[in-house]
Design a protein around this ligand. Sequence first.
Ligand SMILES: NC(=O)c1ccc[n+]([C@@H]2O[C@H](COP(=O)([O-])OP(=O)(O)OC[C@H]3O[C@@H](n4cnc5c(N)ncnc54)[C@H](O)[C@@H]3O)[C@@H](O)[C@H]2O)c1
Length: 319
Amino acid sequence: MVGTTRSDTRIAVIGVGGWGKNHARVLKELDCLAAVCDLDLARAKEIASRHDAHAYSSIDEMLEKERLDGCLVCTPTNTHAAVAKKVIEHSINVFVEKPMSFSSKECEEMTHMAEKKKLILTSGYVERFNPAVSDTRKLVEGKMYGDPMMIEFHRENRMPPHITDVGIIYDTSVHDIDAAIFLFGSPPHVIFARAGKRFHAHEDFATIMLGFEGQKVAVIASNWLTPKKVRTFSAVCTDGIISGDFLTQEIRIDHAEATIVPRRKFQEPLTLELKNFVESIEGKAKIVVTATDATNVTKVAEAAILSSNTGSPVYLDLK
Ligand SMILES: NC(=O)c1ccc[n+]([C@@H]2O[C@H](COP(=O)([O-])OP(=O)(O)OC[C@H]3O[C@@H](n4cnc5c(N)ncnc54)[C@H](O)[C@@H]3O)[C@@H](O)[C@H]2O)c1
């Protein structure tokens, strides 16, 4: 029967474009996909029929007709807040793709609304679920190679032509801002950035420096100029360097006596991320990316843009 899930938890995906269609596939694998909604009804029907779900082109109609425990918002960034607020008003848990919003004021409004209704509000910082990052965090937390002092991130790709509402900082650098905060275990207090644009309406290359407590530093270099896809990081610790590749999920540890390359199975970060959302709704897990985490990333991204525009560092006092 169409639109039924074997599990009791029923989730809908709003926006089944390039990325949202992957959410629909994974939710189907988790047996939780009830419905999909896209302004483009033909697209909604195509994805829904692939996964035996109900199709809608109107969010209001879907929220009226379906009994839902959670919604994923996978529409363009400039629509996130309006769509997510609508979902929260219907007392439904919500997962908003990254960035939760490009405005920290909107992030705070959503957070306040979700808190009042005791709902889960989370955002798609999927790299936390990348085994390369989660394994590095375990090594860093356990001080296996001493204190982490500097982390460098490189994220490069051809420009995605369909992203017109935001530049590279809100679209791409946010992943590394979140990963830096996750790996250091606290938000930065100072941000300095230089960004520019060659081919896009907004900035298409950026270098952001984040200063953390205890002289710790992250350097985030992102660009939409290079034709090759690169997504790497390197964490310099006092007793070794942990280098990681977000794409292959490999990490390599170089220390004084040896180079270590741990072997493990490839895991799809999106599956781990959505499993965490579903299990949090079911009360079986704690949400990994909180609304505060997502708001902090937006505040840092806002500060990076301000810093680049003014040429000055921006100091923040984040929770
Ligand atoms: N976490 C990640 O790694 C990752 C990767 C890619 C994209 N994203 C995020 O996912 C979001 C979508 O990106 P995309 O690349 O899939 O964009 P896209 O343009 O390919 O898809 C967006 C879809 O949303 C639909 N849509 C727009 N407004 C709508 C509305 N009001 N109601 C219903 N449907 C609506 C459009 O018709 C389209 O099909 C963005 O916020 C982006 O930042 C995250």
